[in-house]
Design a protein around this ligand. Sequence first.
Ligand SMILES: Cc1cc2nc3c(=O)[nH]c(=O)nc-3n(C[C@H](O)[C@H](O)[C@H](O)COP(=O)(O)O)c2cc1C
Length: 162
Amino acid sequence: MKVGIVLYSQTGNTQRVIDDLRVKLEARGIQVEVHSILPATAADAQSRPEAAPPLDGSSSCQLWVVAAPVQGWAPAKPMTEFLKSAAFPAGSRAVLLVTQGFWFPWFGANQSISGLRKLCEERGLDVLDHGIVSWLGRGLEQRIHKVTQRLAQCLAAEINGK
Ligand SMILES: Cc1cc2nc3c(=O)[nH]c(=O)nc-3n(C[C@H](O)[C@H](O)[C@H](O)COP(=O)(O)O)c2cc1C
């Protein structure tokens, strides 16, 4: 089974976590399909020119990762706008990922997870788990590893029937 990744990353942090998750999934023989939402500025878009094809329900993926940064105590707007019109295949499940600049999850990450969860559930997704990576302070690599390891395990367990 393939995993679909819906990603928005304005300055590359969320992209970096997703790259790590992707390596862990592929190491388990799991294929991924990335739907990358274009960054907000033209300069960013030049460095990561992938556009997201709209999700119209025709994807073969039933497992999803929805990943975005916190912006203003909420999930970044390009992601919320994208999700409002996204169609996921029936029976799809998802894990959520947010990155944030501040250390404490109540500085926007918890609110962002709740917001993404609500939008995903409205689109028919069953949310299985979530991860938060704070960019502030030492031990960033370890924090990324811990979150991607858990999400990769969760997705692999779904694929392998637990
Ligand atoms: C406009 C804007 C608003 C932000 N608001 C928050 C916030 O409310 N809480 C927080 O912890 N970090 C905030 N940040 C920091 C980002 O969430 C953090 O740097 C994130 O890892 C960026 O991910 P990206 O590189 O994938 O865009 C904000 C960043 C920007 C640019």
